[in-house]
Design a protein around this ligand. Structure first.
Ligand code: ZN
Length: 82
């Protein structure tokens, strides 16, 4: 079996690298790694595997997991804010 990355995998890896850097820049990377942050909508612990989005709210950082229901709620949430 070849160990070469498929083009999509390479793009995802670069994206994940930048995302982890972004999490480090906003100071939440360690929390995500150690599983102490929770999804804003379903309170499931957030990890690098299920994190979909982060956004600031009232001076803190909120996290959203990859549950389709949470993604739907996040979209509604931002639509209502506008
Ligand atoms: Zn969730």
């Amino acid at each position: 079996m070849s160990k070469l990355l498929k083009p999509n995998d390479a793009i995802k890896a670069v994206y994940e690298d930048k995302f982890q850097l972004f999490l480090q820049n906003i100071g939440v990377y360690e929390n995500v790694i150690s599983g102490t942050e929770k999804c804003k909508f379903c309170s499931q612990p957030i990890s690098l595997d299920n994190i979909v989005s982060v956004f600031p709210e009232s001076g803190t950082i909120k996290f959203v997991c990859d549950n389709p229901e949470c993604i739907r709620k996040m979209n509604n949430y931002f639509n209502e804010k506008q």
